[in-house]
Design a protein around this ligand. Sequence first.
Ligand SMILES: C[S@@+](CC[C@H](N)C(=O)[O-])C[C@H]1O[C@@H](n2cnc3c(N)ncnc32)[C@H](O)[C@@H]1O
Length: 317
Amino acid sequence: MGKASKDKRDIYYRKAKEEGWRARSAFKLLQIDQEFNIFHGVKRVVDLCAAPGSWSQVLSRNLYVPAKQSPDCKEGDLPLIVAIDLQPMAPIEGVIQVQGDITNARTAEVVIRHFDGCKADLVVCDGAPDVTGLHDMDEFVQSQLILAALTIVTHVLKVGGKFVAKIFRGKDTSLLYCQLKLFFSQVTFAKPKSSRNSSIEAFAVCENYSPPEGFKEEDLYHLLEKVGTPSGADDLDCRSGWLEGPNKVYIPFLACGDLSGYDSDRSYPLPSTEGGSYRSLDPVQPPIAPPYKTALEMKKASSHGASADTIRPSAES
Ligand SMILES: C[S@@+](CC[C@H](N)C(=O)[O-])C[C@H]1O[C@@H](n2cnc3c(N)ncnc32)[C@H](O)[C@@H]1O
């Protein structure tokens, strides 16, 4: 698809470039905030799986920049934004970057250290594995990423805090809902208007972090395993809900936005520019070390006569 054609078919892709966002996903977080007011009162935030950084940009523009420009704000009062990803990303004003795997305990430790004993008001996670197209498999890997994010949440989120995580809707969605409901009094699955209807993605918006009484972080997985099992029913289900039977949970699902917003499944005419012809903008910030870079290097080298297996992946060279 040519750039102009993509601009026409994907209004949020075009708008992202016009407004200086690194990815169209920025609009998903903005639309979730419009509906749930998740940024209200937030001073400390963790952005998990943040690259290329459009959610971190949203956090910077909505929290850090206004505070910095306020004449009453002192240096120590500036919002703290910590962003983590496997991939490096170009710097963003007011955002501390950690490169690491969120499923690794050491990454969680680095994040916790940045908070220096204080707790976060908000944790967001837009993590996605490389999608295989096998829905059950993709949903499973995605749910593992969410559970890794929940591990970090249990260590860094303050009681009453919020957590927003990308989910893939599938057969285990109710289980995931019940697991999240163990820790948050309000859990809503939301679909922002900028997320295409054809995509199985949605976002779990979890409000009012309130772990079960006596909860210890090291017991997280043991507790989650009990959700939906007969043995766990007695002590957990009153909080998290039932997976089966007459009292089965119904997941609150909300389509964010109204009819006045752009529809991500529609094509929109391109704006006419001076001179009549439309000029597509370049992406705001191309990824600095994308996973496909090695493949491109190998392809380039093989077309110049070198054997592909003599090329070292760029991370090792
Ligand atoms: C959809 S992108 C995130 C887009 C980002 N929110 C933005 O607005 O620019 C998903 C990201 O998840 C990251 N990711 C996937 N698995 C991860 C893991 N185990 N640890 C850290 N990051 C991970 C990928 O590297 C990728 O950058």
